[in-house]
Design a binder for this molecule. Structure first.
Ligand code: ADP
Ligand code: MG
Length: 404
């Protein structure tokens, strides 16, 4: 154990024997109590290992899922702590609460280099409270468990939450290596990107993601739109979208974007064909996919993927790109019948000669689930919301607070 750290962690100085609270993003998809994709846990390992190697007593805090501000065994971090232990190759202690008796005792029992995980931080309603006082009180308790703080949960740095923001006001702090790497890549996307710069957007959180288009219209050369968000654009062009995902209150916004894109010479490419079905995929029914023209979606149909012609067109639009940012699957890739569009885009990205960035929890999971080698992409981001807000030009509270 050397006690010394490099990169963004160096500013902590010698951490040997010091308790370091690390906010990680361990919010992995669960199937019952088994982890269906451990990408975020793996991404959290380097910072935790570096601190442990340097002799720190590492206390990891994180959230899992959306519990309602109280303990809920369905969202326990216990299986995640076990997986972290396997990946680290060293034992990981687990506290059954976040700032209570178990946490205090667990932290007190740590030796130099040991690692502990605290139970789901969102079992405490104050974690996400809008009230500074309640959040601050909780942050006091968290900070009381440690001598220093490391922010490494990139998926949450856009949130003003106790374990992300308030705790950094209370302890000497540093950026973890994951957050530092993420921010570095995002900077490369915003400061003088190599051109053509192509952005691919999809997924289901439509209104969350429309904001980024506003900023990208002044930056990207081409914008390819698929996934659930495409139907609001198709509807904005006057097409029927059947029972597809549609955000009626965003129609004017989409219309304005299409208009502005035309004026500013940014090419917005929408699918010309769509894979539809009459019901949303459910476990007890085989899908009955059908390909229709994007301007002829039947009234009873749901658009669940971009069609094969569109997959080819998207790949062609990506072929000469020098910078690509992709957020959001092109379809319901979890069901094989609706995975082809996402596969086509992922495949095209692997061929790009330049920087390719995949952002978003589901997009990253899709790349892995579809069997692509992660090494074929320039960077796979662990945070969809955070990377989008950065690209929107917003200040990320969890990053800004580290500069103080
Ligand atoms: P990310 O996590 O990458 O930011 P989102 O969370 O926005 O992406 O969206 C991912 C989800 O979008 C996936 O679960 C996928 O099934 C869903 N999705 C993609 N296309 C459609 C569609 N046409 N209709 C409904 N859901 C869709
Ligand atoms: Mg998602």
């Amino acid at each position: 154990m050397t006690g010394s750290l490099s990169g963004s962690l160096a500013r902590l100085g010698d951490v040997r024997g010091r308790r370091v609270l690390v906010r990680s993003d361990l919010n992995v998809p669960l199937d019952g109590s088994s982890i269906s994709d451990d990408g975020r846990i793996r991404a959290s390992v380097p910072t935790i290992r570096a601190l442990s190697d340097a002799g720190a007593r590492v206390v990891v805090t994180a959230h899992l899922g959306r519990p309602k501000g109280e303990p809920d065994p369905a969202y326990s971090l216990r299986p995640v702590a076990a997986r972290l232990g396997e990946l680290l190759g060293r034992p990981v202690a687990f506290a059954t609460d976040t700032v209570g008796e178990s946490a205090t005792a667990t932290v007190a029992g740590l030796q130099d280099g040991d690692v502990a995980v605290l139970e789901n931080v969102r079992f405490n309603a104050d974690e996400t409270s809008k009230d500074e006082g309640s959040r601050g009180g909780f942050a006091d308790q968290l900070a009381g468990l440690a001598d220093a703080f490391v922010s490494d949960g990139f998926g949450v740095v856009h949130r003003r939450q106790a374990s992300v923001y308030d705790v950094a006001l209370r302890l000497p702090h540093a950026m973890g290596t994951l957050v530092a790497a993420e921010i570095d890549v995002l900077r490369r996307l915003t400061v003088d990107p190599a051109r053509p710069y192509v952005v691919v957007l999809g997924g289901s959180k439509v209104s969350d993601k429309l904001g980024v288009i506003d900023n990208l219209l002044g930056k990207a050369d081409k914008l390819l739109i698929g996934g659930g968000m495409v139907f609001t654009f198709l509807a904005a062009q006057g097409h029927q979208v059947g029972r597809s995902l549609l955000e009626e209150d965003q129609l004017d916004v989409c219309r304005a974007y299409l208009q502005r894109a035309q004026e500013s010479g940014v090419e917005i490419i929408l699918p010309t064909d769509v894979v539809v079905d009459t019901t949303f995929p459910s476990g007890d029914r085989e899908p009955t996919p059908d390909v229709v023209a994007a301007d002829a979606i039947p009234a009873d149909a749901l658009g669940l993927d971009i069609g094969p012609e569109s997959g080819k067109a998207f790949a062609a639009a990506l072929s000469d790109a020098r910078t690509v940012f992709w957020n959001g699957p092109m379809g319901v890739f979890e069901v094989e019948a609706f995975a082809e569009g996402t596969r086509a885009v992922a495949q095209a990205l692997t061929q790009v000669d330049g920087l390719t960035v995949v952002g978003g929890g589901d997009s990253a999971a899709a790349v892995r689930q579809l069997g692509f080698d992660e090494g074929a992409f320039g960077h796979i981001s662990t945070g969809g919301g955070a990377s989008l807000e950065y690209l929107e030009g917003k200040e990320l509270p969890g990053i800004a607070v580290l500069e103080r």
